[in-house]
Structure formats: C-alpha cells, structure tokens
Design a binder for this molecule. Sequence first.
Ligand code: PRT
Ligand code: ZN
Length: 285
Amino acid sequence: MKPLKLAIQKSGRLSDDSLALLRACGIRFNNGIGKLRTEALNFPLELFFLRDDDIPQYVTDGIADLGIVGENVLYEKAQPLPIVAKLGFGKCRLSLAVPKNSGYRRLEDLNGQRIATSYPRLLQGFLETNGLKAELHEISGSVEIAPSIGLADAICDLVSSGSTLFTNGLREVETVLQSEAVLVQAQRLASEKLVLLNRLLFRIEAVQKAQQNKYILLNAPNDRLDKIISLLPGIKSPTLLPLAIEGWSSLHSVIEENEFWEVIEQLKAAGAEGILVLPIEKMIS
Ligand code: PRT
Ligand code: ZN
C-alpha cells in the first residue's frame, strides 16, 4: 500500500506539536526524525520535514498528500488547499502594531503610513477591505525593529504572548487574522489515500476529544442522584454503581474541560463527595 505523505515543519514552533499529535495517534517513527523524510513504523505514513513556507506548495504540487501548517502561511501563500482539521496548536494572531507613543487612534490613521511586514498579501487584503491605502515594506524577518530604525511607521506581524512587541516599544492596535496550525490536503487524492486520511482523521478526532474532556468519578447519596445526573450527561448517560455503604452510589462520567470548574462547584453544592478527575487518553464516541 502506498503511504500517505505528510509534510510537517522541520524545525520551528510547529515541529514538536506536530510530532506529538502523530504520537498521540499511536503512530511511531524510527530515529530518522530531523532528516528530510522518514517512514512511520506502524501506519502507512511517510513524513517530509520542510520549512513551513514551502509546505503549501509541496501539497499543491502533490509531492505531499497532506501538510501541517499555520493558517497565516497558508493564506499568505494563497494556495487553495482544503483544510481537513484544525489542530489547536501554534495559535497566534497577525496584528498591526505602532510605536507605543504614536498618535494612532483608529484604522484610518494607517492611511499613507509605511507598514513593514512579512505578510504583504494578508495585509493588503485587510487594507483593501477597510478602504485604506498604506505603503507596504516587505521584509522577511525582525519586522519588530522596523519602526525603531526608521524603516516604517507601523508593523504587521505575528503575535502570541505580546512580549516581543512590548520589548520593542510597540503597541498592538488591530488584528488582521487569528491563526492556528491546520491539516491541509491536496486537491485530488487517490481513493486509497482518502481511506488512509480518514483513518488518520478518526484518530486525530479521538485525541482532540480526549484532550477536551476529563473522566470524573464521585460518590453521592442516592436521594441526590437525579440532580447530580442532570449535571453530568456523559456520553450516553453516566455509569452508576452501588457503594458498599447502604444509600450511596458511585457515579462515573465525562466532563468537558472548558466547563469543568463550574460543573464541579454545582456537583459539590448538589451533595457530591470524593470527586476524582482523571485525564482521558483517547475518546471514541
Ligand atoms: O524555518 P521555518 O521557515 O520553517 O520557520 P519560521 O521561522 O518561518 O517559523 P516559526 O517556527 O517561527 O513559526 C512557525 C509557525 O508558528 C508560524 O507560521 C505561526 O503559524 C506559528 N506561530 C505561533 C508563531 C508564533 N506563534 C509566534 N509568536 N510564529 C512566529 N511567532 C513569532 C513572531 O513572528 C514574533 O517574532 O514570535 C514573535 C512574537 O511572539 P510573542 O510571544 O513575543 O508575541
Ligand atoms: Zn518560515
């Protein structure tokens, strides 16, 4: 069987998380990681290690069937590749920033300004959408120093924590794009490759669901069970087991990470005791 060919970033911010995702999907590699390519040991998958900027082109040309890349790179390269999964890592935003003592107040203040960026296409699109005209200076790195050396009045660059902007005396004023790592596929994939892709997506979904949920166990008096069960719908319904003490039960269920603390407070108020919360490794519903 021909393996699926997946391009990931060779070394950079997306590399570790891309490999960790594949490992969480149960896919193992020999120690070829760091070379140009390597084959998985237990899944028909071949990995290509590339610069992130090259990944959309490799997938468009069909040299790779799939790629993991930031949306920022994908849209800047303007390759119309279908996104098959959002991966939840590599989160950042493409933002406009100005020197902190600049008189900038609103978008129109960008008119006629010089803006340095590595993302000219995305920035141009943003300016056009907002009916603005500015002078773009495309530079490939260290965009944040452009204002201090007098090259630009503003910059448009990726931000995650904001500390780079802060240390360079810049203030973030507008968001052009929110971005995260995505899995993209080539436009035309042979049917046997689509079968493999679906197997991979099934695993990715199980890993993502597991990350978004926790397993919860608790004890409760039987006369409080109705209320407690209404707080914990579970996948189908919670599992209920009698405790050795008369009148008490143990209840097992899953709970979503993002509503976790609120539900725990409500469970306690409803009479739950001995609450244990465990990570889930894989979740298949
Ligand atoms: O060598 P190669 O071309 O493959 O790598 P690269 O240097 O072009 O990219 P890399 O590894 O820096 O980033 C890869 C991808 O990670 C990006 O395309 C984004 O999708 C994503 N990502 C997430 C980020 C950031 N967060 C990020 N903070 N990419 C870059 N940054 C930079 C930003 O450019 C700025 O210099 O980090 C600085 C800002 O960070 P904060 O935390 O100070 O705000
Ligand atoms: Zn790059």
